[in-house]
Design a protein around this ligand. Sequence first.
Ligand SMILES: Cc1cc2nc3c(=O)[nH]c(=O)nc-3n(C[C@H](O)[C@H](O)[C@H](O)COP(=O)(O)OP(=O)(O)OC[C@H]3O[C@@H](n4cnc5c(N)ncnc54)[C@H](O)[C@@H]3O)c2cc1C
Length: 382
Amino acid sequence: MAGFEMDVLVVGCGLCGAVIARHMAEPGKKVVIWERRDHIGGNMYDYTDEHGFLVQKYGPHTFHTKKKELYEYMCRYEEWRLYKLNCGAVWDGKYTPTPFNFTTVDTFYPPEQAEKLKKKLSTAFAGRPSATVVEVLEHPDPDIRGYAAFLFQNDYAPYTAKQWGVSPAEIDPSVLKRVPLRFSYEEGYFDDAYEVMPEHSFTRFFENLLEHPNIKVELRVEALERLTVREDRLYLDGAAISIPVVYTGALDELFGGVYGQLPYRSLRFEWKYQEKDCLQPAAVVAYPQEAGYTRITEYKKLPAQNRPGTSYAVEYPLPYEEGQAAEPYYPVLTAESQEQYAQYKTLADKIPNLIPCGRLADFKYYNMDQALERALQICDRL
Ligand SMILES: Cc1cc2nc3c(=O)[nH]c(=O)nc-3n(C[C@H](O)[C@H](O)[C@H](O)COP(=O)(O)OP(=O)(O)OC[C@H]3O[C@@H](n4cnc5c(N)ncnc54)[C@H](O)[C@@H]3O)c2cc1C
């Protein structure tokens, strides 16, 4: 780092690390970011593949939020276009949009029964655009209950079981408290005021965000080869340091796993290309009955890219083992893992210049807007 002093060290060049780095750089602090991957952007990283399609290396991302100020922050560094994500599911060879709606009823029920069920749903949930699956499962009418049970058995249970690596019988319907069933033909995955995709790319957003003379990004640097913790102090290359260290990696890794490895689920993406112009009806489609994989993302629909052929990624969930090629994507949140995380957090809180932030360091499943909000809270504190 000859010629560039360091006032702040940031570990990780994902959304949280990059936002905080920019905030510190603006008033004149020299910020160094160490990123172990060979690219910026964390899990939001996208690139153009060999067939000319913009694809997302770590799975499908769309930016959506209810909060204007978060959307406006994103607009400082990239232009955005409105984009409504459409998702779907296929089983028994039939396609339905998700969240499930009246098209689902028409698809899986004979016409007469479908009409009767839609009427019953509209009356039972009058004035409400949707309800959770759990509510519908508990309804006194057996036809209404039966509809939710049919969806649970064919989609939610097998899908969730594959996602978390358990058997469908172990899936408790209560985990679906937030999944809506719509009582209309309305489609669209999210109901947020701002639902957008970058005009150029997520990576372009990061390039602009990091474009500042006081920020130096160093890729392929494993921070924990140089940053260590001893007796509530941080050491850099063996020397104690007191500059702020923003840490967006996993806390168990920072503390050498003294309380055991925090549990995560990971994903393996199988990248494919076909000459055909359309693979599936929506950008992201779940395949609950297929062995091994959960869903397929067809990138030419995320957002629309008009060129021949199609590039897509098939998503296989798997357990995360530290040190293997897999990435820690989804924290497995149980009472036990929360307790384990709390122990690591207690260690972190004893180090005054350590600032943990982000999906890994906070051991939370943040969407991008939540990660951004969390980073901006830290910026206010700093
Ligand atoms: C499959 C998938 C789909 C998603 N889809 C959406 C979506 O549609 N909409 C949405 O809002 N959100 C989505 N998200 C969530 C979104 O990816 C996160 O909110 C956001 O990327 C979090 O940013 P972060 O900075 O906290 O973490 P990250 O992006 O994980 O960045 C952390 C960075 O730190 C680096 N790092 C860690 N440890 C070290 C170390 N020791 N040394 C050096 N570098 C280190 C990592 O390599 C990584 O680049 C999705 C996530 C996944 C996994």
